[in-house]
Design a protein around this ligand. Structure first.
Ligand SMILES: [Fe+2]
Ligand SMILES: [Fe+2]
Length: 180
């Protein structure tokens, strides 16, 4: 059962993205449009993370001291990453809303029912994102050094977000990989 807060589908919350069903296959990374598909997808993951972290900070009163504050900081960091990605998309002359994006990540994050569950789940999602960003940085190093440097920086900064689990739930950190 997906619990949605009031206003979840408000256009301002997801603007200027087009919410819908994301295409099953992205275009080849070697094309400008294919790079745009990844920039858009990751930018939207950052936006979903921004809202989810703010939601967690506002609602999970069972969080250890300092974690809710850390989540509010991470939310701002995700918004910064999103702004880098959207700027690059715009520099390439590509439209944010040209391809639909899905709210699956946001919905899965909103299904978490407490601080610990959210922390472990989001850390696992961020690790997958970090690995993906690192891979794009390597693949793009020769063909698009600007995008490559941006993905590398994002991957580096995600490390600190992922470490929050070890900091606040030290006994659980090594189990986070088991969450889907
Ligand atoms: Fe991020
Ligand atoms: Fe993050």
């Amino acid at each position: 059962m997906v619990r949605l807060t009031r206003g979840t589908y408000d256009p301002p919350m997801w603007s200027p993205y087009t919410i819908g069903t994301a295409p099953k296959k992205m275009r080849p990374l070697t094309t400008k449009e294919g790079l745009g598909d990844r920039l858009r997808l990751i930018a939207f993951a950052e936006r979903q993370a921004f809202h989810a972290f703010n939601h967690a900070a506002a609602h999970f009163t069972d969080a250890p001291e300092g974690l809710r504050e850390a989540w509010r900081w991470v939310a701002l960091e995700e918004a910064k990453h999103e702004s880098w990605l959207l700027t690059r998309l715009g520099d390439l002359g590509l439209e944010v809303g040209a391809v639909p994006v899905s709210l699956d990540l946001y919905h899965s994050l909103m299904r978490c029912e407490g601080a610990r569950e959210f922390a472990l789940y989001v850390s696992n999602a961020e690790e997958r994102g970090r690995v993906g960003a690192e891979k794009f940085a390597q693949v793009l190093a020769q063909v698009d050094p600007v995008s490559a440097a941006m993905f590398k920086k994002i991957a580096e900064e995600e490390v600190e977000h992922i470490r929050l689990v070890d900091r606040f739930f030290p006994a659980d950190g090594n189990q986070s990989g088991a969450l889907g």
